[in-house]
Design a protein around this ligand. Structure first.
Ligand code: GAF
Length: 385
């Protein structure tokens, strides 16, 4: 049964009624440009066909009743206390509700059913999909008139406040602004963006899920962000106009950061170079130069692994193994790191060969199943009903 029909069925069973609104908000991939968003740099993501679906209806009272199909769990609270439940999925939904309730008094009680097909922990941003779906649904239901950018920002703020991850705007922006068959080249400083049609002449994208999510992910993420901020503070002592790593040159890092902290220097240099790689990759995509694009992906991976130190054994194994396959133009870890997926650019029609060759090797080494994920590039958050 399709996910929107599952929502309707479950709504009927749990709430004895039809949802007033059903929305879908997608997960995302990112071709290149990791850990650049919170440094005011560029990113190159796209929304995918897999996402989170929410069905919602307003109530006469101030009760909030939530039901997750994936967890088969119900959780109730009310608009005054907005107490989070024991599971993280409730924090995301109620975190959005808290933020919007502070902005508007139009929010009253509601019933909500949620389901999704973004594999959890795979680095495809199921959490951004969930917060953006919630924010869009509440805006429609209670006439809050939120713009697309408002929705993305509320999603990001929820991640900061309700979950404690000081993420950038990439995932939420991609989920909301996604467009069929297009990548989004987003400038995270100005929030200007450009759609780049994804025409990988003769190539296709395949995601390979390591099936691991190492637990240090969120604390390590915040630590990387702090290292970048510390590097900026050091440069700022001499160059007061500098606001973020986007404004910093490699020469300034050599002069002012390297002598003080190798750790900050390495992390900051990665970000400056990752932005450069992204700009080259965007040009390579526009001129269909897949060879150059692939090389940039490999370079990004090893920099993420060795300099930014956000990879893991499983991701490194996948990337180093496919780099010996002639049908693979490029590959790298994708998203925040410490597990999740690699993104691979493979000659059209050869993905199954790669999966066949790699699956046994991966299982023998890690005793884990490698999970291939095929995605298509799709539209952003939208109403279904
Ligand atoms: C996670 C974050 F949520 C994003 O904001 C981004 O920083 C990404 O990691 C790394 O590029 O997905």
């Amino acid at each position: 049964m399709s996910l929107d029909n599952q929502i309707k069925d479950t709504f009927q069973r749990v709430f004895n009624s039809e949802p007033q609104i059903i929305v879908k908000s997608p997960g995302r991939i990112n071709v290149i440009g990791e850990h650049t968003d919170y440094n005011n740099g560029f990113v190159l993501p796209a929304a995918i066909d897999k996402g989170v679906y929410i069905g919602i209806s307003a109530r006469e009272d101030d009760k909030i009743e939530l039901f997750s199909i994936d967890y088969n769990e119900k959780y109730d609270t009310d608009t005054t206390s907005l107490t989070f439940g024991p599971e993280l999925w409730t924090n995301y939904i109620l975190g959005v509700t808290r933020i919007l309730s502070k902005k508007s008094d139009k929010i009253s009680g509601y019933n909500l059913v949620v389901v999704g097909d973004v594999p959890l922990g795979s680095g495809l941003s199921s959490s951004a999909a969930l917060t953006c779906a919630t924010s869009f649904a509440l805006s429609k239901l209670f006439d809050l008139n939120l713009s697309k950018l408002d929705i993305a920002k509320v999603g990001q703020q929820t991640e900061h406040e309700a979950v404690g991850v000081r993420c950038g705007i990439m995932d939420q922006f991609a989920s909301v602004f996604g467009q069929d068959n297009s990548l989004i080249k987003l400038d995270c400083r100005s929030l200007d963006y450009e759609y780049i049609p994804i025409e990988l002449d003769g190539y296709e994208i395949l995601l390979l899920n390591t099936n691991v999510k190492h637990s240090l992910a969120s604390s390590a993420y915040n630590k990387r962000r702090e290292a970048c901020e510390s590097a900026v503070a050091l440069v700022k002592e001499k160059y007061a106009e500098v606001e973020s790593l986007r404004d910093v040159t490699l020469a300034q890092l050599d002069e002012l950061v390297k002598p003080v902290s190798v750790e900050y220097y390495q992390k900051a240099r990665f970000v400056v170079e990752e932005n450069e790689r992204l700009l080259k990759a965007a040009e390579a995509l526009k001129s269909n130069d897949i060879k150059t694009l692939g090389q940039l992906l490999y370079a990004a991976h090893w920099a993420l692994s060795k300099e930014y130190e956000v990879s893991c054994e499983e991701l490194d194994f996948l990337v180093s193994t496919v780099s010996t396959y002639p049908e693979v133009a490029g590959a790298r870890m994708m998203g925040g790191g410490f597990g999740g997926c690699t993104i691979n650019i493979i000659e059209k029609g050869k993905s199954q060969n790669v999966i066949d060759k790699l699956s046994n090797l991966y299982f023998n080494k890690f005793n884990l199943n490698l999970i291939p994920i095929k995605v298509s590039i799709s539209n952003g958050t939208h109403e279904i009903l």
